[in-house]
Design a protein around this ligand. Sequence first.
Ligand SMILES: C[S@@+](CC[C@H](N)C(=O)[O-])C[C@H]1O[C@@H](n2cnc3c(N)ncnc32)[C@H](O)[C@@H]1O
Length: 206
Amino acid sequence: MAKTASSRKWLARQQTDPYVKRAQREGYRSRAAYKLLEIQEKDRILRPGLRVVDLGAAPGSWSQIAARLVGRGGRVVALDLLPMTPLPGVVLLQGDVREPAVLEELVTQLDGAPLDLLLSDMAPNITGLSAVDQPRSIHLVEIALELVRERLQPGGVFVVKAFQGEGFDQMLADIRQSFQRVVTRKPKSSRPQSRELYLVAKGFHP
Ligand SMILES: C[S@@+](CC[C@H](N)C(=O)[O-])C[C@H]1O[C@@H](n2cnc3c(N)ncnc32)[C@H](O)[C@@H]1O
């Protein structure tokens, strides 16, 4: 099948990207691993025994890291639209976070107990049209924030990918209302030309 210009560009970037090579060498499922590892180094969000949900988890590098760091006493539930290859120590769910039945299943997998940490690296399929992509990405953050407000322990932590643009400031203000401290992180492994960044929100108060 003929390759489109954008898939050729993607392939070329994958072949030269140092983080892609490093992920292959170090056994991570994607280069996204290094974003979470950098956040972990600065913010110390993962530790043994925590109960973690990973939204937008496929192919699974964040869950790999989370499962390792929470250990046997913790729990990691991972959700994605896409199927994922099984990962030791991780409960995998496939579905769309925008569907209430999928969220219900997620809550069931937590045995009704509150969460210590909600991770969301969700991103919509990018069309290149910011009038379409930006509201979709904000909507995904809003859904993750709803889950936070329903399920996070007081004092819990929320790490979420967001894209700078229309609606960002308002969404940030909304998150700030529920947390003692919110910082923005732009990991080195996040491509400089991308408007993505991560919000690390600590000290949840319902
Ligand atoms: C950047 S990737 C995540 C990479 C992942 N953190 C890792 O370490 O491998 C973003 C993911 O968000 C998922 N996603 C986007 N919209 C979603 C939705 N509505 N429900 C569930 N997952 C979604 C996509 O399928 C995609 O796999």
